[in-house]
Every structure is written in structure tokens, then in C-alpha cells.
Design a protein around this ligand. Sequence first.
Ligand SMILES: Nc1ccn([C@@H]2O[C@H](COP(=O)(O)OP(=O)(O)OP(=O)(O)O)[C@@H](O)[C@H]2O)c(=O)n1
Ligand SMILES: C[C@](O)(CO)[C@H](O)COP(=O)(O)O
Length: 230
Amino acid sequence: MYNKERVAAIIAAAGSSERMHGVDKIFAHLGNRPVLARAVFPFECAEVVDRIIVVLSPDNLAAGEALSDSEKWGKVTDIIPGGERRQDSVQQALDRLADDDIKWVIIHDGARPLVRVEQIEDGMTAVQATGAAVCAVPVTDTIKLAGENSFIQETPDRSHLWNAQTPQIFRYDLIRRAYDAASGTVTDDSILVERLGVPVKLYKGSPANVKITTPESLAAAEIIVRRHAE
Ligand SMILES: Nc1ccn([C@@H]2O[C@H](COP(=O)(O)OP(=O)(O)OP(=O)(O)O)[C@@H](O)[C@H]2O)c(=O)n1
Ligand SMILES: C[C@](O)(CO)[C@H](O)COP(=O)(O)O
């Protein structure tokens, strides 16, 4: 009999929204729905996903349980407290998966509410090759590498530069190994896998898969949501 490989999604949503100047972006409303509800929904819809862990700041756990009830999340098995840094929050969720027979882990920012099912599915296809895949978009600005006193040191060839987003998808044993070897603070999960020397595949996401970071990015997401509703 064919046993489906189990897939877990981790929604990292335990940040402090400092750059939002007083607004908790995870529960901010975007087109009348909380950002977190929008971030979780595509994972509820994606057939490939078996189980979802939502990581929240300790102060938001009750609000998370209430949202789970009102949104009728069927796949969310755990709503857990996160840690100080994003990587600490992801680590908590990886630990929670230790006693499950999980083959693939999809890590997604709770602050990216406009991810689509298609980007989850495309990632699951891309990850089969090496065990690690990152949703990303080619950069559209020219990027400058700054040296001392903000003088330009180098202008890298743009055709090789991508903006990394989430979902970032990994074989569970690989991401565990990468996190076990982690040192210092990193800004995404794939860095830790790259350090193991394992090739990580970039697959094309969408510029619409914005991360709510500042009030301006929330306003930009509002425009995208409104345009999709038209
Ligand atoms: N300790 C942390 C920090 C961040 N995140 C999550 O990781 C994602 C990306 O982080 P970021 O956008 O930097 O969120 P914040 O840390 O909330 O933002 P800020 O740096 O402005 O406080 C977000 O969904 C955030 O909730 C997390 O789960 N745990
Ligand atoms: C993981 C991430 O969303 C990929 O772009 C990003 O690096 C998170 O960075 P932040 O500083 O925690 O917002």
C-alpha cells in the first residue's frame, strides 16, 4: 500500500512587529481578515499539507486559539509560543514535530498573507531534487554592495540576484541537521542549509507575496487584495 509522505507547515508568527510602530501586524486586518488568517488559509487548502503548527508570541496565544475557532482551522494541530528570534520560533516548531513521521517541512512567515496554494505546490515539486527549495523573485532594482561610509564597493550582476521569500521547504531530517548546527543569528532558514553545503533550489514566487514589515507594506498589500477582489 502507498503511504503518502507526511508534510507539515510551520507558520512563524511570533515576531514583535517593531517596524509597524505599535500595530501588531499578525492580527492587523487586511481586506477585513486578519493577516494570520490569510497566511494560514492557503496551507489549509493545499492538499499536500497534512499538519500545521502556528507559532505566536506568548501574549497572542489566546487570540490565536480564538482565530483557530472562528476560521475553523482543521489542520492546525498546535499553536505554540515562539522564541526571541525568528529562528528560535522555528526551532520550537521543529522540536514539536520530532515524534511525528514528517518527511517535508514548509516554513512560512505569518507576515506573508498573500501566499498562494500554487506557490506551496510549486515548492513541493522543486524540493524533490535536493531536499531544499526557496520561493523567491528575481530582483528588479540594481543592488549596490556598500563599503565603508556607504560608498559603493560593488554592483553585483543583477541577473544572479533574487529576493528570498517564504515558503521555504526542506526535508525534515535536513532542516533538523541544519538547525542543530546553527550558530549566530540568521535571517532565513535556507542559510542554515546552505552552510551544510547542500544545494538549495530557488523557485519563482510572486512579487505579490509581500512580507508585511512596515505600515507602507500593509498599505501595498491592501491594494493587492482590493485588486484581486475586483
Ligand atoms: N521571534 C520571532 C521573530 C519573527 N517571527 C516571525 O517571522 C516572520 C518574519 O519576521 P519579521 O517580519 O521580521 O517580523 P517581526 O520580528 O515581527 O518584525 P520586526 O523586526 O519589525 O519586529 C514574521 O511572520 C514574524 O512573526 C517569529 O516567528 N518569531
Ligand atoms: C524569511 C524572510 O521572510 C525571507 O525574506 C526574511 O528574511 C525575514 O526577515 P525579517 O528580518 O525577519 O523580516
